[in-house]
Design a binder for this molecule. Sequence first.
Ligand code: ATP
Ligand code: MG
Length: 309
Amino acid sequence: MYKPINSTGYISYQLSGRQDSYLTLKDAMAEGKSVFRPSETIAITGQNSVRLFKNSLDEIIAVKAPVNSIKRALFRNNKKFFNECDDEEKSVANELRLLKQAYPEEKPCYLISGLCAVKPAEWTYRIVMPYIYGCTLDQCVTDMDTSSSFLMLILAVAIELDRIHEQDVIHGDVYFNNALAKRNETSGEYAVHFIDFGSAYSKDATTATITDCKKSAIRWAPERRSPDIDELKPDISQDVYSFGFMISKLFELLPESVDTEPLIFLLLLADIAQATDPDKRPDLSKFIIQIEDGLSPAGEKYQAPRMKR
Ligand SMILES: Nc1ncnc2c1ncn2[C@@H]1O[C@H](COP(=O)(O)OP(=O)(O)OP(=O)(O)O)[C@@H](O)[C@H]1O
Ligand SMILES: [Mg+2]
């Protein structure tokens, strides 16, 4: 049933999302499946590669693969490295589970597995997901021309993060390269989609999942980075901390021509969000209300649309 992944060959993914297998081009054609061919690489990060695949109708899917799976095959005699990669299946499956929990309506969204081409005795895993059109938040900010665009963008991020929290998912790595945004040129409003659920956890997660010190970053809430933590409960205030940190960083990227005076209240809120004491961090609803107030013309209440997914 499973064939080695062939980096030069064609891979077919089933859009139904039901079957966790992939096929070579020949098999796929024989079975009348829609064939997605490798198109371009969007990113190779420290841990993963994300590639685009296109079918004959120009439909696009994104496929995320741990680069470790290739390295693991190459370095299988290096025990230290091998052990580090041991949990590949668990971590990829976990990422997919949380992505689906955050975006239950989205198709395709599934896991494929197969034998690795480099060392066919090894199993390797991929997440197949929709390609999201949009720019990372830092890209959006660098060519902004007004402070209200900045408010609109942060507002859309807050609303989307709040919606994800309502699905009982804590993103765990809120940062400007882990969300994509698209601007509506008529209304100026943004549609935001979070990606990268590789550090995400659900509200019933264990301490170990929340505080993965191998991945820990300065944008994470300090309680998640503390090495001697005994027990830490999942809490949305952990995302709020990173959200505040991200706002401060995005603010620094704004072009000098943008009037920053109307953004001061937001910066103050972002500062409080980075309080060491989680209880002092504001709820996202506070961000939403204050930004909507900031965007309201005199005597009129502005309310951003809530996207249904
Ligand atoms: N579904 C998608 N649609 C469009 N672009 C995507 C998608 N998933 C990922 N990307 C692009 O690939 C980049 C890397 O993806 P992702 O953040 O999931 O990988 P990562 O290895 O977990 O990243 P890092 O560890 O650097 O945060 C993203 O910043 C984004 O530009
Ligand atoms: Mg990322």
